[in-house]
Design a protein around this ligand. Structure first.
Ligand SMILES: NC(=O)c1ccc[n+]([C@@H]2O[C@H](COP(=O)([O-])OP(=O)(O)OC[C@H]3O[C@@H](n4cnc5c(N)ncnc54)[C@H](OP(=O)(O)O)[C@@H]3O)[C@@H](O)[C@H]2O)c1
Length: 279
């Protein structure tokens, strides 16, 4: 598996396995086991997904050396603030049965729709992540769903520059301003819903392009994210799709294919605008 190098020098496998909406218990356990068997070494979960225990069990049972895996989880919105964030981190670590994390993210910023002091809350939460990083409990720290203005504000007080911003990104939803700010500040962008959570898989232009390349729309979307210097996190519980989503070297995307995809009008947006969400 290829990798990206983060701004603190650590390597992160270039495709991660997403686990949102995979129920805790056998389903999450089997999906993660299947993914590891297929060759994923990078797993993305979150406290709010409710499946950290099963993800952790699958990791443990894989028998792989801990250092060969890259595990991410995220701080949920109810746990913002310095003390609560540290406690939430410890709970996630415990649920995952791990003694360190590779990446810990603030899942969503406190936003202006809910908090007058949103910037202060985010700065305070970030301090907790900096502390965990400095203690060596996590190898890299980052944010998720931080739009350009929120990231700029955070950078004013941060002593550690986030390594990652995990945002919605797929054909038809490129968030160009946020991506540009991240990329000019050495912050790697991760694509959540790189397949538009399934909403863009029937797009006719993508289907046609996939057919021309003898591949699937899912694989095309994954390769497209990578072509933009963005790390995709495809999710699947289907063993065939799990394998397929790593098989992206059998076709090429030309500059003209990429421009065609970049030119799509907005489609497949989840509807979750970080500045407006009420959670
Ligand atoms: N930070 C955040 O706020 C945030 C928000 C959303 C998501 N995420 C992360 O991003 C990950 C991915 O996003 P997502 O779960 O929304 O969706 P996604 O990966 O964009 O799409 C998943 C959907 O596509 C289907 N699929 C996967 N591979 C396929 C293929 N090769 N061919 C056809 N269909 C395929 C899956 O069905 P099958 O299971 O049947 O294959 C599922 O319905 C999440 O799991 C999570 O880890 C983060």
């Amino acid at each position: 598996m290829k990798s990206f190098k983060l701004n603190n020098g650590i390597e992160i496998p270039a495709i991660g396995f997403g686990t949102w909406q995979i129920p805790d218990g056998n389903e999450a356990y089997q999906a993660v086991k299947e993914a590891i068997t297929a060759g994923y070494t990078h797993i993305d979960t979150a406290a709010i997904y409710g499946n950290e225990k099963s993800v952790g069990k699958a990791i443990k049972d894989s028998g792989l050396d801990r250092s060969s895996l890259f595990i991410t989880t995220k701080l949920w919105n109810t746990e913002r603030g310095y003390e609560k964030a540290i406690a939430a981190f410890e709970k996630s670590l415990n649920d995952l049965q791990l003694d360190y994390l590779d990446l810990y993210l603030i899942h969503w910023p406190a936003n202006e729709a809910q908090f007058e002091n949103w910037a202060e809350i985010n700065a305070d939460t970030w301090k907790a992540l900096e502390y965990l990083y400095q203690q060596g409990k996590v190898r890299a720290i980052g944010v998720s769903n931080f739009p350009k203005e929120y990231l700029k504000k955070l950078l004013e007080t941060a002593t550690v520059v986030p390594s990652i911003n995990q945002i919605e990104f797929h054909p038809g939803y490129l968030q160009e301003d946020t991506v540009a700010l991240c990329q000019s500040n050495t912050i790697l962008v991760q694509a959540w819903s790189p397949l538009g959570s399934g909403r863009i898989l029937q797009n006719e232009t993508l289907l046609k392009l996939a057919q021309e390349k003898n591949t699937s729309v899912g694989q095309l979307c994954i390769k497209f994210a990578l072509s933009q210097g963005i790390l995709p996190l495809p999710k699947s519980t289907n063993p065939q799709n799990i394998k397929r989503n790593l098989d992206i070297d059998s076709f090429d995307l030309t500059e003209s294919d990429i421009q065609r995809i970049r030119a799509f009008p907005e489609m497949g947006f989840s509807g979750s605008d970080p500045k407006k969400v009420a959670f």
